[in-house]
Design a protein around this ligand. Structure first.
Ligand SMILES: [Zn+2]
Length: 273
């Protein structure tokens, strides 16, 4: 029995290790590409933003992993053992269940992202992500701890709803990590690749519009991995001159107020247009 549980947890620890390797591997891979074939000129020096963004990432990892990692793992185990959730009510092949988990989880991220923009309380937290004055791979993990906690609670609810197992959860999160790192990256990409990739997925140019200071542009392109949610729900926007996009949030454009302690306090500040 004890050996059984130990074996199970070692298996889950390995899955977690895979996710960590994907995160750091992607971070280094896209950073190297940004250094070799960068697209836009940085408006402020990279190191000053990276210290803040990586500091926030490490802070969140410690806070979230300590509190929620065991909880979410146990939820996925519980759901699988008790056969709970939508996908466990129907007999479908395992590969189809994994595929459906990836699609459904991405839809959940789309809805959550839209709510982050539409509900003022949620925007108070989400604007920390948007307050980065340049967009690169480090922006992909620049989130306020409060937003991470809300997202994790919603994710747990969704695991119960669809009946995701741990492999499905790790698979969907690994795809999310890589696609999110890619669409935040500041790398020069052939137009043809962007067009072909953009048929199904979110390319950097599409997500750059979402990081614009202009409200109308910011309230579009909520997709994370797949671009079809935006196309289907009418939030898709591409006809924007990429050269004139100004990245950031109005009212939060001074770099000296965007250090880590400033970002952690930002939800308490009034909302600006
Ligand atoms: Zn956003």
């Amino acid at each position: 029995m004890i050996e059984d549980s130990l074996g199970k947890y070692l298996y889950y620890a390995n899955l977690e290790l895979v996710r960590c390797c994907i995160f750091f591997g992607g971070l280094i891979f896209f950073l190297l590409l940004e250094l070799i074939i960068s697209d836009r000129k940085d408006s402020i020096p990279k190191p000053s933003r990276w210290i803040t963004n990586m500091g926030l990432t490490i802070f969140n990892c410690v806070m979230i992993k300590l509190v929620f990692a065991v909880l979410i793992i146990n939820c996925a185990i519980y759901v699988t053992e008790k056969n709970l959730g939508l996908f466990n009510m129907v007999h479908i092949p395992y590969w189809l269940k994994l595929f459906a988990t990836v699609i459904f989880m991405d839809f959940m991220y789309y809805v959550m992202h839209m709510l982050n923009h539409q509900i003022p309380l949620m925007w108070r937290f989400h604007r920390i992500h948007h307050s980065d004055l340049d967009m690169d791979v480090s922006t992909a993990t620049r989130y306020h701890t409060g937003e991470m906690i809300i997202a994790t609670i919603v994710k747990i609810g969704f695991v119960f709803f669809i009946g995701a197992d741990l492999v499905g959860l790790v698979l969907s999160e690994s795809i999310l990590i890589i696609t999110e790192q890619f669409h935040h990256s500041n790398i020069r990409i052939p137009l043809l690749f962007e067009k072909v990739y953009g048929v199904l997925f979110v390319p950097p140019s599409m997500h750059r519009i979402h990081h614009s200071v202009e409200n109308e542009e910011r309230n579009s392109n909520y997709g994370t991995t797949f671009s079809f949610w935006d196309k289907f729900f009418g939030t898709f926007l591409t006809n924007v001159d990429q050269e004139r996009i100004w990245i950031g949030v109005n009212g939060h454009l001074q770099i000296k107020k965007l250090r880590m302690h400033g970002l952690l306090k930002m939800p308490l500040l009034p909302i600006t247009k």
